[in-house]
Design a protein around this ligand. Sequence first.
Ligand SMILES: [Fe+2]
Length: 294
Amino acid sequence: MRNFNENTITDAVLERIAGATDQRIKQVSEALVRHLHAFVREVRPTQKEWEYGIDFLTRTGHMCDDKRQEFILLSDALGVSMLVDAINHPVPEGATETTVLGPFFVQASPEKDNGADISGPKEGDPMLVTGSVSTVDGRPLAGAVVDVWHSDDDGYYDVQQLDKIGDLAMRARFHTDQNGRFNFWSIKPAAYPIPHDGTVGDMLAVQGRHPWRPAHVHFMISAPGFEQLVTHVFVAGDQYLDSDVVFGVKDSLIREFVRCPPGRAPDGRMVDSEYYHLNYDFGLKQVASNARAA
Ligand SMILES: [Fe+2]
């Protein structure tokens, strides 16, 4: 076949990939071609606009390295990350809702004991975080791995300022105790704009959007036999809760970071200044095969 035109090119491409032996590859490829061609027919880009699109994606790729993931930001800012999350994580009663991973997770997070202060060299309003991890029916999960990470009070993560602070901070990996509980100290995070000096920032600007996320603490919680939970807890009252640039806010994930006077904190520590206290009790969902066996 040859001499394709606007009306025949889509079927020609679909026909060309009809022989794919992996059915999932075939399904994804066909949908990609149908939707991409439909998009081009609707938008009717000029040659120059097509070149801009190619250049935009090329620049997005060039911005990516082991510290910066512009494609995840693009996915987040277009709502695709939350759509994938919603499709993959229906939440049963008692399980904590999920939200985006975001671009600042670090695989090799430092292991810390419960009660540790993870603020490193950063200063800010002291924050005590206490919490528990349990099954959806309230059975405490001992030994669950709790990864936490958050921004400083200027809205920057450690990986954005390693040249200044020298090492990872405001992130750590804890294990729940025999009662399924964990606790640590840090500083209260602030709202922050996602990195907007790249292609995603350009896109937000021309779309008339701000780049801000409401203040939050990230949690990734794992326990054998349970689905890994990736979520945040947001600071109640933040001005960006209704316009989070990555569409990640859910009511069940908003908590008061309670302002407390100096004195003995709930973990027994004596504190000589005001501090904030966040408590959140997480519920993990069993993996499907486990649920069937149970
Ligand atoms: Fe974040």
